[in-house]
Design a protein around this ligand. Structure first.
Ligand code: GAL
Length: 430
């Protein structure tokens, strides 16, 4: 990474501008920028809002619509540049380090809360390292999502003559052919860059395995990016794309999920926030729908840890700082961890809860996820999601998104050339 990241350059301008003092409520208030706006996501974030308000603080909702968060991140940057960042924002993965180096995150805000609540003991080191900057917590992690899932409507599969959910790419193609022949949308999908790349990373994981995935998206290894397995992955992506709905352009992920829920489509490739839509529609895991690992990836777990970062506020905004601390304390508390993840489709980020999922009333999908998360923590199968900001800087991720989306939308595109393009785009974004 460059000595000064693009984010740092933009934000350094912000130091020239005064921070707005907006505290108006007596006990303090907290504005939270996030992108949880689908029905299921909103139900989840409302749990946090309710608790913070119960504790006597005002919640200012800074929701910015747009799955995957690209629009929210643009809004956040422009607010930071104009000297008016919110108290808290959904920031994830390596991007937290970029924000940390701008000096705008609060390195002292969470010190006492983290110590009192024993965050170091509650969290896996892999997770706590992500949310610390220079050894200090600058964000509170709220959950763990798994990205390598396939969501299936078993009723639709049955109608199309497919006996069971596919476990390999070949079985996936066979099932999708049958669904198509029976007049269903085989694969519900929204044509947005982050959704295209969510599919791509799953295909890469299936074709190349966890090790190849890591060499490609974490190490950004040139040989892997241009090698035969990557070409094979682009070939597979081309085939998978033939099963997507032709009217997918610009469609939100939750609308695609609704097509599967309502029986118009058979399957969706999406992280387990998709479950939040099934839950909101009162559907039951294992009965009305199935969650299975994306074909060929049962031995892996691509993780996506949502976290809420705290911005540095002027010391005279004592009430607002107290509100940030209250939110952080609530977010890692047992009650919130349970209710939030049940609504959101994720699993708790606390190790003690991951080991006792049944006790907390989690469904079959979440229980399987926690089991695999704990298991894969020990065998190299645990990999950060590229499409969900966990593996690279946002600049590199953006370069990957461009190549993948152009490729998916051009049926004539050549897989070998796409691999070359991927490598050069990543190189110039680094
Ligand atoms: C992910 C985020 C999830 C979910 C999803 C769709 O990046 O981690 O919490 O919200 O986007 O918006």
């Amino acid at each position: 990474m460059n000595a000064l990241s693009p984010l740092a350059v933009i934000i350094s301008l912000a130091s020239l501008l005064p921070l707005a003092a907006v505290a108006d409520e007596s006990k303090g208030s907290v504005e939270v920028v996030h992108w949880w706006t689908s029905g299921g996501e909103k139900a989840a974030v409302d749990v946090l809002k309710a608790q913070v308000e119960k504790d006597g603080f005002a919640w200012k909702d800074g929701a910015v619509a747009g799955g995957g968060g690209a629009t929210a991140m643009t809004v956040l940057k422009s607010r930071a540049v104009s000297g008016n960042p919110p108290g808290v924002a959904q920031i994830k993965g390596p991007d937290i380090q970029d924000w940390g180096s701008t000096g705008l995150l609060g390195t002292d805000v969470l010190k006492d809360v983290a110590k009192q609540e024993k965050w170091d003991e509650l969290l896996d080191k892999k997770v706590s390292d992500i949310v610390k900057f220079d050894g200090d917590y600058v964000a509170v992690p709220v959950n763990v999502h798994r990205v390598n899932w396939l969501w299936v409507n078993p009723e639709v599969l049955k109608k199309a003559g497919v006996a069971q959910a596919p476990t390999t790419l070949e079985e996936f193609y066979a099932a999708a052919d049958k669904l198509k022949a029976a007049g269903f949308i085989a694969l519900a999908h929204g044509g947005q860059p982050w959704q295209d790349s969510t599919v791509f990373e799953n295909v890469v994981l299936s074709v190349m395995g966890p090790k190849g995935y890591q060499q490609a998206f974490v190490e950004l290894d040139e040989k892997t990016l241009t090698g035969p397995e990557m070409v094979k992955s682009f070939e597979a992506l081309k085939k998978v794309a033939t099963y997507m709905d032709a009217n997918r352009a610009g469609r939100d992920w939750n609308i695609a999920a609704a097509d599967v829920i309502n029986g118009k489509a058979g399957m969706q490739i999406m992280g387990d926030w998709a479950k939040s839509e099934w839950t909101a529609a009162k559907k039951v895991a294992g009965k009305d729908y199935q969650c299975v690992p994306f074909p060929g990836t049962a031995n892996a777990f691509t993780y996506n840890v949502d976290s809420l970062a705290v911005f540095k506020l002027n010391a005279d905004r004592k009430g607002d700082i107290a509100a940030q601390q209250d939110l952080a304390k609530v977010a890692l508390g047992e009650d919130f961890q349970k209710v939030f993840s049940i609504n959101k489709g994720s699993i708790p980020v606390r190790k003690d809860m991951q080991a006792n999922m049944e006790k907390y009333g989690f469904d079959a999908c979440a229980q399987a996820s926690a089991k695999d998360f704990l298991k894969d923590a020990g065998n190299g199968g645990l990999q950060p999601s590229m499409a969900h900001n966990m593996a690279t800087s946002l600049a590199v991720q953006g370069a990957i998104f461009d190549v993948v989306t152009n490729y998916i939308n051009d049926p004539q595109a050549d897989p070998a050339k796409a691999a070359q393009r991927l490598n050069s785009a990543i190189k110039s974004a680094k």
